[in-house]
Design a protein. Structure first.
Length: 290
């Protein structure tokens, strides 16, 4: 079972072993939401299905969401029903990837953990690494005929394997030293110099900054466990890893930091999914620029 990262070679071996595996292409573009699916149709890992951030990994139906912000999480049972419709079973090894520095696929990785499914891993290096290794690819969209003949999976909810934190909790512990906030947005957004997506620029007071792409090396793969451990140690200082709560703009790009800390052997840390987009839209909460 793979629970954090999986290499191209490991995925290829898994596919030829005959074991149950489901691969999802999570490619997305915040500025052009339809582009991710277009890229999937153009070319994707053979057998991969598409998971769309806006359509499948978030909901804007107030009756079905669990938090606010730009990409609210759907309720667990709503998400579980989608997984079943995609043929995911209790014993399925899930592998997720994208073309975006393993940013958007992390959302699906985290959501499966949230639903109690530990057998999910991020393809290290993403689609680019797969193509570079001459992995099998195909093109075209999933047809209605294919969908209607696909067996419904027996995926069922289990106890969450990750911790979801809400705005009230972050606010309540803002000054008591019991939480360490890490903001995964780029430094200019963190400092409040620019804000292309949300109505207020800046960051949650006291939050540390570690842009999500800091976790990757020059070749687009996750850094080694030792490198990541050293970098997080330098960032955290005296703060303990188990106090960390990750966030970003809308709860998506924070996940690579969650994954990186786990790869580094620092445990499975919490996620504030509402993130800056919920925080800065909540009346009376403090916002800082620096």
């Amino acid at each position: 079972m793979y629970t954090t990262l999986i290499s191209v070679a490991q995925l290829q071996a898994f596919q030829t072993s005959g074991a149950a595996v489901a691969v999802f292409d999570c490619t997305f573009d915040l500025m052009n939401p339809s582009a991710g699916y277009a890229q999937y149709v153009e070319q994707h890992i053979a057998g991969a299905q598409h998971a769309d951030l806006d359509l499948h990994l978030a909901t804007h139906d107030a009756s079905k969401r669990v938090n606010g912000g730009r990409h609210p999480l759907p309720q667990r049972d709503v998400f579980a029903a989608w997984l079943q419709s995609m043929g995911v079973n209790q014993d399925t090894q899930v592998v997720v990837y994208d073309r975006n520095g393993m940013n958007y696929c992390g959302r699906l990785w985290w959501m499966l953990k949230w639903c109690g499914h530990d057998a999910v891993a991020v393809l290290d290096g993403g689609f680019q690494a797969w193509v570079a290794a001459s992995g099998s690819v195909t093109s075209g969209e999933t047809t209605t005929a294919t969908k209607t003949t696909q067996a419904i999976g027996n995926f069922a909810l289990r106890e969450p394997l990750v911790r979801l934190v809400d705005t009230a909790t972050v606010s309540a512990h803002l000054n008591d030293g019991s939480q360490t906030l890490i903001d995964a947005r780029g430094a200019p957004r963190y400092r409040g110099e620019v804000e292309p997506l949300d109505p207020v620029a800046g960051h949650i007071p006291g939050a540390l900054n570690r842009p999500f792409n800091t976790n990757l090396n020059a070749k687009g793969f996750f850094k080694s466990a030792d490198e990541l451990r050293a970098e997080f140690a330098a960032l955290l200082g005296d703060a303990k890893p188990d106090t960390v709560v990750h966030h970003c703009g809308s709860g998506v790009s924070a996940v690579p930091n969650v994954l990186a800390m786990e790869v580094a052997g620092l445990g499975r840390t919490a996620l504030y999914a509402g993130s800056w987009s919920e925080w800065c839209n909540t009346p009376s909460l403090p916002c800082k620029r620096s």
